[in-house]
Write a protein that binds this ligand. Structure first.
Ligand SMILES: [Zn+2]
Ligand SMILES: [Zn+2]
Length: 241
């Protein structure tokens, strides 16, 4: 489903300017995206696989290829690497939880690359409007937050001025740029309780006002001591008509 532009850029692999910057203090892994790529070639495609293969998967899930997919795919590669997740859709699939901070193209790419899903509770969504995601290895409790740098936008405008299409220019730049040019990576601690984890619901109560069931401790205690769902207690995203 890749667009014409996407296809052309995907085919052009001559520009893989591998990052030679020093390893980050945040991670044991020092491989660049392109090292991941060649390493997985050498090992017969285990683990994350090539960036091209990842993008193909992204395009299939998302319905089109775009710069956001590329950014999200690279973000996922960095996030997994930094928390020591090698095979998020295979051997490590039960170890990874990801929080995304925006509901745009990038979120689909993170899901496609890592296999995390809202319905499996391995994907969490916070509506911060930021191109950012946090990756948690639940086995080691190591977490990093990866944020797309504002500077990366300017980068896409400044490079490859010979390319007329903004979309194509963006795609090529996001493909070539080093991880450091695109992302800020920070070590974080995230609140992740048993009631946030996959598996059977640990509790279920009924809201004293609307009578609807509430799983996993998401209820709140109202001022009058009543057990309430969040929308009844403090207003929700909808309004009954
Ligand atoms: Zn898109
Ligand atoms: Zn209620």
């Amino acid at each position: 489903m890749a667009s014409k532009e996407g296809k052309r850029d995907l085919a052009d692999d001559s520009s893989t300017a591998a990052s030679t910057t020093a390893p980050r203090e945040t991670g044991a892994g020092t491989a660049t995206t392109h090292d991941v790529k060649s390493a997985s070639h050498a090992s017969g495609g285990r683990g994350l696989g090539t960036l091209d293969a990842l993008l193909e998967e992204c395009g299939r899930l998302h319905g089109h290829m775009c710069a956001g997919q590329l950014l999200g795919a690279r973000m996922a590669v960095v996030g997994c690497r930094e928390v020591g997740i090698e095979d998020p859709r295979g051997a490590d699939r039960k170890k990874l939880v990801v929080w995304v901070e925006i509901d745009r193209c990038m979120a689909d790419a993170v899901g496609a690359v890592t296999g995390v899903r809202l319905g499996k509770r391995s994907l969490k969504y916070f509506d911060y409007g930021k191109v950012a995601a946090t990756f948690l290895n639940t086995e080691t409790n190591m977490a990093v937050r990866v944020v797309a740098l504002e500077e990366s936008r300017a980068l896409a405008d400044a490079r490859h001025l010979e390319i007329e299409s903004k979309k194509e220019r963006q795609f090529k730049t996001y493909r070539e740029a080093s991880d450091e040019e695109l992302f800020k990576v920070e070590r974080v601690a995230v609140e992740y309780k048993e009631t946030d984890a996959p598996g059977r619901p640990l509790s279920r109560v009924r809201c004293a006002r609307c009578g609807e069931g509430v799983n996993d401790g998401r209820e709140v205690r109202g001022g009058d001591g009543l057990t309430l769902c969040r929308p009844c207690a403090s207003g929700g995203y909808y309004r009954r008509l």
